[in-house]
Design a protein around this ligand. Structure first.
Ligand code: F6R
Length: 606
């Protein structure tokens, strides 16, 4: 998942590299490092932990030079340490890498047989050592790097820098994204266009298997077959301004608060003034397919799980949902007249991308619901449905989730309409409810203080259970995921009806049970499950609407009141308490809310 960057500048490279790495820190924060070439000399600085540690180091030990590469790490091979931090250097070669070199053991053995010593536990060091090994026979840097690349199996985005060459970066992409930025007499390399946004909006994306030789005034690219190619230079619309917290304590708080605005923006893109659904680009004709396969990871997977209920209930369309890491290796049959839909905030999740590639050529249509329109998943889809959530910095996904849900709901409505499964009046009612969603979410956000109080109780728990039935089941799963990832409290979610098939054994008075239960058609069923919990001294935190709380709130340990909304739209609304409970619990526990331990925002390794 790491982030990589490279610059061939006319100014000092260090501050540029650090600034770009700041914008890539969402990819990992186990360590950070940079290397530069100055007067022909290759040197580097590296620090464990967040980028700020590298910045501090650079104050005391500046690194001059106008050509450089940089890295922010999410550890795969080897613990987070200075030795294992990138850039890895072997004599005249320094390398930064995002991905995993799968055959590194075999390559290490081969290099060791030549008497070559290793100093790190990483797979990446092998790449630097291989290139150095090839350079020893007098091979030029570019050819040595290409020879090293020929030997690699696995996934990578790589950038090489060489001593004695302050106008050269060799870059390569296989499996992990890489963008080349064009400046005015300067060139840049980065894991994404966001990293390069303050420097340029002129971007060429490398394709799978591409290798590039970059100088300040030239860019040469060869494709996977070694044929020289050009890759179009696109003007990218990414805001280069520093992304700030806008007065909030955390990015996550800011992103939670932004939801009414970003959902309104998404609605504006998908609903015309007269309430018609307008899909971007080629869209999708749901009369041409009979079933939908939806694939994603983590929170995006829970968005798919929610959408399954919608597609089945509103459009009467069979839907399969799977986590990408399972789907990709199961080799499931993809029947004819199937549309495959991939949901991803980053658009770079390695497993989701691999699942998409598995379906390419098998499914009738490849659709994606993404937040990053220039991402690999977007670029490999037949039709792209952007969620318009804006940049999401907090590692725990919040506004992207509710925007994914909003777009998926509109897609389910479109399917219902195309398949003749919805009356005009019901469709108009639902569109009207959708339009009211931003206001209702604002009302729900107004309950922040109550959430904070309840979270204080959760913060003392060792385990927390979440229960939900029907459309609330995926939201219970999302609530549990949010809580565990940022507060480190063990949390599990169950379909309420499953409780008595095992998990009820966990209930005692130490275990808070968050029950997501709007007063809908399934409320009474869930109510019975709540009673089963309370009969065993479990502490129920009931999240419901006024009616639900009036009818059942009395015996609960705590109640959280949500505004009233059409039953079908409750998942989008009830995502708010799921997020706020997790957020305030994490704040009460004093954890690192925006960059929780062991996690990264963009999961580009499997
Ligand atoms: C949880 C979270 C992750 C992501 C997952 C998929 O808060 O953010 O579970 O949802 O890693 O990421 P994307 O959506 O980028 O494919």
């Amino acid at each position: 998942m790491c982030g990589i960057v490279g610059v061939l500048s006319n100014h000092e490279a260090s501050p540029i590299l650090v600034e770009a790495l700041k914008r890539l820190e969402y990819r990992g924060y186990d360590s950070a490092g940079i290397a530069t070439v100055n007067a022909g000399v290759l040197d580097r600085r590296r620090a464990v932990g967040k980028l700020v540690n590298l910045s501090d180091l650079l104050v005391h030990e500046p690194l001059p030079g106008k050509a450089g590469i940089g890295h922010t790490r999410w550890a795969t091979h080897g613990a987070p340490s200075v030795t294992n931090a990138h850039p890895h250097q072997a004599g005249p070669v320094a390398v930064v890498h995002n991905g995993i070199i799968e055959n590194f053991r075999e390559l290490r053995e081969e290099l060791a047989s030549h008497g070559i010593q290793f100093v790190t536990e990483t797979d990446t060091e092998t790449v630097a050592l291989l290139a150095q090994h090839y350079m020893q026979n007098g091979t030029r840097p570019q050819e040595a790097a290409f020879k090293a690349l020929d030997r690699l199996r696995g996934a990578f985005a790589l950038a090489f820098l060489f001593s004695g060459h302050d106008d050269l970066i060799v870059a390569a992409r296989r499996g992990s994204p890489l963008a080349i930025g064009h400046g005015d007499g300067e060139m840049y390399v980065g894991s994404d266009a966001i990293a390069l946004a303050p420097l340029t909006n002129q971007i060429s994306y490398l394709e799978e298997g591409d290798r590039a030789v970059v100088t300040r005034h030239s860019l040469e690219i060869w494709d996977a077959d070694g044929t020289p190619v050009t890759r179009v230079k696109k003007t990218i619309e990414v805001d280069g301004a520093r992304i700030d917290k806008a007065g909030h304590k955390h990015f996550m708080a800011k992103e939670i608060a932004e939801q009414p605005g970003v959902i309104a923006r998404a609605l504006g893109h998908y609903l015309s003034e007269d309430g018609q659904i307008t899909l971007p680009g080629p869209g999708i004709d749901f009369t041409a397919v009979d079933r939908l396969t939806m694939v994603a990871c983590g929170t995006a997977y829970y968005a798919c799980l929610t959408a399954k209920y919608w597609f089945e209930q509103i459009a009467r369309m069979p839907v399969e949902v799977d986590v990408a890491s399972e789907f990709r290796y199961r080799e499931p049959p993809v029947p004819t007249r199937t549309a495959a839909l991939f949901v991803s905030q980053s658009g770079e999740t390695a497993d989701t991308l691999a699942a998409l590639r598995y379906c390419t050529g098998k499914a009738d249509q490849i659709l994606s619901v993404i937040n990053a329109p220039e991402s690999s998943i977007a670029r490999e889809s037949d039709a792209v449905l952007p969620i318009h959530a804006g940049v999401e910095v907090g590692v725990a996904s919040t506004k992207a989730f509710t925007c994914q849900l909003t777009v998926l709901f509109i897609l389910a409505l479109k399917a219902a309409q195309d398949r003749g499964e919805i009356t005009t009046n019901r469709r108009a009612d639902l569109v009207a409810c959708l339009r009211g969603l931003p206001n209702i979410i604002s009302t729900a956000l107004g309950g922040n203080a109550e959430m904070q109080q309840t979270a204080l109780r959760l913060s003392e728990a060792r385990d927390v259970l979440f229960l939900g039935r029907g459309l609330m089941y995926p939201i219970a799963l999302e609530g549990a995921l949010k809580l565990k990832e940022i507060s480190y409290i063990h949390a599990e979610a169950y379909a309420a009806g499953e409780l008595k098939h095992g998990p009820i054994a966990l209930i005692d008075k130490q275990v808070p049970v968050v029950v997501m239960a709007p007063r809908d058609a399934l409320f009474e069923k869930t109510l019975s499950n709540m009673q089963e919990v309370m009969a065993r001294e479990g502490r129920v935190i009931l999240v419901s609407d006024a009616k639900g709380i009036r009818e059942f709130g009395e015996g609960a340990y705590a109640t959280l009141e949500m505004p009233q909304i059409d039953d079908l739209l409750t998942p989008i609304l009830y995502a708010i308490p799921a997020q706020l409970l997790a957020y305030h619990t994490a704040v009460a526990k004093g954890t690192d809310v925006d960059q929780p331990r062991n996690l990264a925002k963009s999961v580009t390794v499997e």
